[in-house]
Design a binder for this molecule. Structure first.
Ligand SMILES: [Zn+2]
Length: 64
């Protein structure tokens, strides 16, 4: 598939928006064990979409 330059520009804009969202989200990360918890998400089988924060030390999770 060949993308037009307009499509590529739109795609770049989307990537940029996603990146900015990730940065903003990470700034909101709660702390656990003196570390920022990391963000995870899943599209689970029942169509239920979940997002949560998870501590990499104790594995405790906090839903968004
Ligand atoms: Zn923890």
């Amino acid at each position: 598939m060949k993308l037009t330059s307009e499509q590529i520009k739109a795609f770049d804009g989307l990537e940029e928006a996603n990146r900015n969202m990730d940065i903003r989200r990470q700034e909101l990360a709660p702390m656990c064990h003196f570390r920022e918890m990391f963000y995870d998400q899943s599209d689970s089988t029942d169509g239920h979409y979940e997002e949560w924060w998870e501590c990499s030390v104790c594995g405790h999770t906090e839903l968004l």
